[in-house]
Unconditional design. Structure first.
Length: 251
């Protein structure tokens, strides 16, 4: 990684008043969570098991086939931990930088790293809700019926993961909050995202601030943004190197 790139990243972070960190799957891959679409990813695994993710990860399917949905074979769950990107961002916040995380991930790793300002655009796997009455449940609180379907204590409705599935829309209030946050910030860091998915590929153009940084392993097409710094590298690795200038007590 080029030293001058890291120095500029440091300078931009230090000069900014409000920073939006807009992250995607690439922020978590170094924690061992494969991108949905990568060879080890959830959707690819489903396809290998002859399941069509578009058909199954879908509200209508859960409603009409709850037993199949909640008993489907799932890829092995590994223990995952925040990586140096999550940890560094949390350290920046702790040391007084107004750094706001907007993530397309549903793994909760930013919060686990201690970050206080996190918006989960696609919902959260740690918050489930009743499809009938919208009551919210923690995964540890779920009561399952004899068919292993989680049920609402009150109306026996199906309780599902609070993540945005295929064909579902991002919560309007999340969309709105993302827009206003991006509009208010003067540094936008886009990291670990292919920007191929709506609404991410539109939201970044709400930015009217001073500087844009992209940290990504592949080139992104962002024609309408003036990019000040492009770091073509993994996100965790970039922040690990950046810590040479800060020496936050993390590893
Ligand atoms: Zn309910």
């Amino acid at each position: 990684m080029k030293e001058k790139h890291l120095k500029r990243l440091q300078q931009y972070i230090e000069e900014a008043k409000i920073i939006t960190f807009f992250g995607g799957a690439g922020v978590s891959t170094e924690s061992g969570i494969p991108d949905y679409r990568s060879s080890e990813g959830t959707y690819t695994k489903m396809e290998e098991n002859r399941q069509d993710p578009k058909k199954i990860m879908n509200r209508r399917y859960i409603q009409s086939n709850p037993v199949e949905f909640f008993n489907r074979p799932e890829p092995e769950r590994r223990i995952i931990e925040p990586n140096l990107a999550h940890k560094m961002l949390a350290e920046f916040e702790k040391s007084g930088h107004d750094i706001r995380v907007i993530t397309q991930n549903v793994d909760g790793l930013h919060q686990r790293a201690g970050h206080r300002w996190v918006l989960e655009l696609h919902g959260s796997g740690r918050s489930w809700y009743c499809m009938d009455c919208q009551r919210v449940y923690l995964p540890s609180e779920l009561q399952r019926d004899k068919d292993n379907v989680p049920r609402c204590y009150v109306d026996n409705g199906i309780v599902r993961p609070g993540v945005v599935f295929f064909g579902e829309n991002v919560q309007p209030e999340n969309l709105e909050k993302t827009k206003t946050t991006i509009q208010k910030s003067d540094l936008l860091i886009i990291a670990g995202t292919s920007l191929t998915v709506f609404p991410a590929n539109r939201l970044i153009y709400e930015f009217k601030g001073r500087r844009v940084v992209i940290i990504n392993t592949e080139k992104l097409a962002v024609d309408q943004l003036n990019v000040d710094l492009y770091i073509e590298a993994p996100v965790g690795e970039t922040f690990a190197e950046l810590n040479r200038f800060y020496n936050f007590p993390i590893k």
